[in-house]
Design a binder for this molecule. Structure first.
Ligand code: ATP
Ligand code: MG
Length: 678
């Protein structure tokens, strides 16, 4: 080394200090840096004097400078500065929690530290000890540092290198362009030196500005392609994904978007996204891409698991190598590493929303074998935070959707209830009208029947005695014989008329006085027995579905028997000869405390136009002589007296159901109407 080199070498101290101060943003003892510069500056003047270097030694490897007193001062100061810087770096490594940053510091610590120590060892040959100057090996740590810079993008050099190259290339290009213009113009306008012209530089400046921007972009893209193959455009990736995410309200889509973006821009072995599930109270892997897809898909991590506990506590990314290197929480360390192993993750980035961890992205390894750079981390963090917002949005949206659906369902249910209530109301109204009109008609009928009863009685007894006296005359054959036959037929018809009147009076006056506990099943069975001969003949299939556990009601057994008989008889008449069937059902409606009897047939049904008339007395669609049209009228009256209801449901072409409902508690006291004797 020549004497002149020491003019610069003395600045070792301030430069080293300055770098460490700036890199770690050290705040205390800031005066040290200018003081060091001052010291070196003053020392610089002495380097050329005998006070600093006195001659040289001759060693087996060549000549080497001999240090003077001032050199030893420099050496001591330099050693102190070095120790101080190493101390600062060491402290910084301990304090730094960001693993990427720590990695950077380690490389720098190692590179500069070892270099400085080697350089300091030069003091040995300078002091007359015949040892090869280790300072000459200073290139080794520098190579390591350079390697680290390139490999791990320490100091974010990638970015700097890129920028530097872009600008030097452009400058070169522009200078060439400028030179070309000047030469070209000078050649064209020979003699007239255009480059001397005052406005020429201004004009050129404008042209350069005009072409600078597009050229810069082109060069940047070209350089990216050549030197940073596959390196993604951080800003663009982020812009694209934020734009895409903004419009997506589906959780699935958002998660897939994150995974695709990450895996494609960083070329990773595998990526998965786990989301917090409120119901399961755990983080569940929602989606996976890359290797080990199947195994990762099933994973569920509870809050208590050490890995999750750490993530939730730190609320920042976790590096696998970071956990490996730490030893503070040894007990959990192995468990954490195992869980990372399950996830096949080397890095976990939490998704934070409202200051709580809502999920995490777990990332495998880069296929290139590189470590994650701070640029990657920045992208991942931004991505995680942005997606957590989107996911929360999607969640809220889903909740609202569910609520809406619920509401709709509730409205539907309510509407149905209302419809049912309305139908019920209509039916009751109908029944009321029916009862009232029937009551009016019934009164009329009862009155008429009563009035008819007496003349009918006298007419029949008159005819009876006429028949008797004719018979006594012993008329055989001939004219009188025919008269007797006609009279007998008349008598029979009169008896039928009296029977009708009797049943009408029966129902209107209600001669039965007593009530008793009645089991509806017995009533139906008895009615069936009475009808047995009829339906046996018609080969009608009768299905009995009796509910055995039915409470008894208070009522009149014979009357209720008549109701069942009338209804079943109608059904038999309806289905006979049509291979139809009849189902008899009894039941108990607990809510209304009502006993139910139902008779369903598969007959023709009742047309809507006549259904309102069927309870009216004398309404019949049957042939003359077959039906009187009193069956349902009488049944209706009896049911009313038991405080019950009678319903009819009929679908023309399919069949008819009559339903009788009788309350268990009815306070019915059927009393004879006294006075109006026959
Ligand atoms: N199960 C049924 N299927 C179809 N129509 C029916 C049914 N039950 C009753 N009807 C109709 O209602 C009318 C009235 O019935 P109701 O029992 O009161 O009188 P009827 O059967 O005609 O005569 P009665 O019963 O007095 O002998 C019937 O004529 C018939 O048209
Ligand atoms: Mg009938």
């Amino acid at each position: 080394i020549s004497r002149y080199d020491h003019l610069l070498l003395v600045y070792n101290i301030p430069i080293y200090l300055h770098f460490v101060y700036a890199f770690f943003s050290v705040n205390r003892k800031r005066w040290l840096v200018p003081a060091a510069y001052l010291f070196s500056f003053s020392l610089m003047f002495f380097t050329q004097s005998q006070l600093y270097l006195i001659g040289s030694y001759k060693y087996y490897f060549g000549f080497f400078a001999k240090g003077g007193p001032l050199f030893y001062l420099f050496f001591s100061m330099n050693s102190l500065a070095l120790l101080y810087c190493l101390y600062l770096s060491e402290r910084q490594i301990k304090e730094e929690t960001n693993p990427v940053k720590r990695n950077q510091i380690k490389y720098i610590f190692l590179g500069f530290g070892v270099y400085a120590i080697l350089a300091l060892l030069n003091v040995l040959p300078m002091s007359g000890i015949e040892i090869y100057p280790f300072g000459n090996f200073g290139f080794i740590p520098m190579i390591i540092l350079a390697f680290g810079v390139l490999k791990h993008d320490l100091l974010d050099m990638g970015f700097l290198i890129r920028k530097g190259m872009v600008y030097s290339l452009i400058t070169g290009f522009l200078m060439a362009f400028y030179a070309f213009l000047v030469v070209a113009f000078d050649m064209i306008f020979k003699g007239f030196k255009i480059s001397d012209f005052f406005f020429f530089p201004v004009f050129l400046f404008l042209i350069i500005l005009f072409i600078f921007i597009p050229v810069k972009e082109k060069v940047q893209v070209a350089i990216d392609r050549i030197f940073f193959k596959g390196k993604y455009d951080y800003q663009k990736t982020l812009k694209d994904i934020s734009q895409a995410m903004r419009s997506v309200l589906d959780m699935e889509e958002i998660v897939n978007l994150i995974i695709d973006t990450v895996i494609n821009s960083m070329h990773l072995t595998n990526v998965s996204v786990a989301l917090w599930s409120e119901e399961e109270e755990a983080f569940r892997v929602h989606s996976v891409k890359g290797e080990h897809e199947k195994n990762v898909k099933e994973i569920e991590l509870r809050l208590e698991s050490p890995l999750i506990a750490l993530l939730v506590r730190q609320k920042r990314e976790l590096f696998r190598h970071d956990i490996e290197e730490r030893n503070e929480w040894m007990s959990n360390k192995r468990e954490c590493l195992r869980q990372l192993g399950y996830l096949h993750a080397s890095l976990i980035v939490p998704m934070i929303f409202n200051n709580s961890v809502k999920g995490f992205i777990s990332l495998g390894y880069k296929k290139s074998g590189d470590l994650y750079t701070s640029e990657d981390l920045e992208l991942l963090q931004t991505l995680a935070n942005q997606s957590s917002i989107s996911i929360e949005n999607a969640r809220s949206y889903r909740t609202i959707e569910d609520l809406n659906k619920n509401l709709e369902m509730k409205i539907q249910a309510r509407t149905k209830e209302l419809e049912r209530a309305l139908l019920e109301k209509e039916r009751t109204q109908e029944q009321l009208i029916r009862s009232e009109s029937l009551a009016a008609v019934g009164q009329l009928v009862a009155g008429v029947a009563h009035e008819l009863n007496n003349p009918l009685s006298s007419v029949s007894s008159l005819i009876q005695s006429t028949v008797q006296s004719l018979e006594e005359k012993d008329v055989k054959g001939g004219y009188e014989g025919e008269i007797i036959d006609d009279l007998r037929f008349t008598l029979k018809e009169l008896r039928r008329a009296k029977e009708i009147i009797a049943s009408l009076l029966d129902i209107s006056r209600q001669t039965k006085v007593y009530t008793e506990p009645v089991n509806i099943n017995t009533v139906v069975k008895d009615a069936l027995r009475v009808l047995y001969n009829q339906y046996k003949r018609y080969e009608v299939e009768i299905v009995e579905e009796f509910h055995e556990d039915i409470p008894e009601i208070k009522g009149n057994f014979a009357n209720l028997g008549q109701v069942c008989l009338n209804i079943i008889k109608n059904s038999i008449q309806e289905v006979k000869g049509n291979a139809g069937n009849i189902t008899l059902r009894t039941g108990f409606d607990q809510k209304g405390s009502r006993v139910i009897f139902e008779c369903t047939d598969t007959g023709k049904g009742i047309p809507p136009s006549t259904i309102k008339d069927i309870f009216k007395p004398f309404f019949t669609t049957k042939e003359v002589g077959t039906g009187t049209g009193l069956g349902l009228y009488i049944s209706h009256e009896i049911v009313k007296r038991h405080k019950g209801d009678i319903f009819v449901f009929s679908t023309p072409g399919k069949g008819t159901t009559f339903r009788v409902e009788l309350p268990v508690e009815n306070n019915v006291t059927i009393q004879a109407e006294s006075g109006k004797g026959t």
